[in-house]
Design a protein around this ligand. Sequence first.
Ligand SMILES: Cc1ncc(COP(=O)(O)O)c(C=O)c1O
Length: 464
Amino acid sequence: MSVALQPAKTLQPPPTEHVPQPYDGPSKAEALALRTNYLMPGLITYYRNPLMLVEGHMQYVWDETGKQYLDAFAGIVSVSVGHCHPEIVARVSEQVGRLQHTTTIYIHPAIGRFAQKLASHMPAASGLSASYFTNSGSEANELAVLLAREHTGHADVVSLRNGYHGGTQGTMALTAHSTWKFKSSPAANVKHATPGYCYRCPFGLTYPSCDVKCARDLEPLIRHETAGEIACFIGEPIQGVGGTVTPPPEYFGIVYEIVRRYGGLCIADEVQTGFGRTGTAFWGFENWGVTPDMVTLAKGIGNGAPLGACVARRDVAGALTRRLHFNTFGGNPVSITQGLATLEIIERDGIQENARVVGGHLKSRLEVLQDRHALIGEVRGMGLMLGVELVRDRQSKEPATAETVEVLELAKDRGLLLGKGGLFGNTLRIKPPMCVTKDDADFLADCLDEVLTIVGGSESKPRP
Ligand SMILES: Cc1ncc(COP(=O)(O)O)c(C=O)c1O
């Protein structure tokens, strides 16, 4: 499908006092040529004419021409409190000038403080107090699964269909999207259970008369497809890459009970949902009334720094003492300083509350758009972790994949960067830095309204 690009009209991101520096680096054509010739071809770009970004400030980024964009995807859900947040820049610059690299074979004052702060945000009496820092979410998840297997002595792991847990061999096996798996990669001892995806219920049922069959189906899966005792279950409280798939409230309670009855540990992959993004809770799992045995973190933990962590119960963490385990850059002073500064800003500046208030306002505006645009099949998510699934037909729910690409293109022309996800690439992912304002949310909704009118081919359609 191809829609003629309309020139951007009056819509543009809200004004900011930040004045971008004049850009005098290599041209976009040069940068693109270097990338094409010297980077691996598997790296993807969004947009037909790839975007080059050269500066960021809080919720906004700028390209080499000085055009401003609202970054409603926060990098990829990795910027929590704003691009180049001035306080973080100052603290990290000071640290870079003082000591850039040590490994965990030496003591550094910041690492313990950061781990203590993370532990203080875990539920009381959860025992979630032992952190291991990594450079990415994939590494954090690898470590969590290793710990679960060592602690329980079991090999089988259960993750969820439509989930994403990383791009390393082990986490690719946990991931359950054909898009993100390679044919040659083995996936030993991993089974995939059904997610709570009511809009596309895998059983064709309707909530609540379904009795949450998607969650209960885990028990026969364990009995039939594993050795009957499992090492762990890993799941995202809201599936991010899978398209902001938000389960029914009872889903995780049922799943965690079954997992524990079959000897497994529960791992919450909070790489996207953590640090207040869902607005109503600091961690995504808290929205579902469950307490995991391990929590994995990345992306927003570092506000853009390469940082991840696995936080475990101390008794579980003890399994790592059986052999040597090491991560050269995990816990380095620069990333830790960035993580600590980010967390202190989240606490001090009411970032979670902003996610709740601005996210709530944005979601209600998106729901109004759902009444006007037949392309919108479902609006879902919590706080500033929102998804808009686009369909060609509301009855058949045929994924509007090509239309989603066009929506992203036209939004970009108007200064709005969105993400997309889901197995069919037909869900808009809206997860901006959590410092966004109501004006940003209104700009986003106005922009989507205009773009959906162009792509959907009609001004306004009542909901059938
Ligand atoms: C939920 C979730 N877990 C893990 C990962 C992997 O993180 P990383 O890309 O830092 O390895 C991602 C990345 O998108 C993610 O969304």
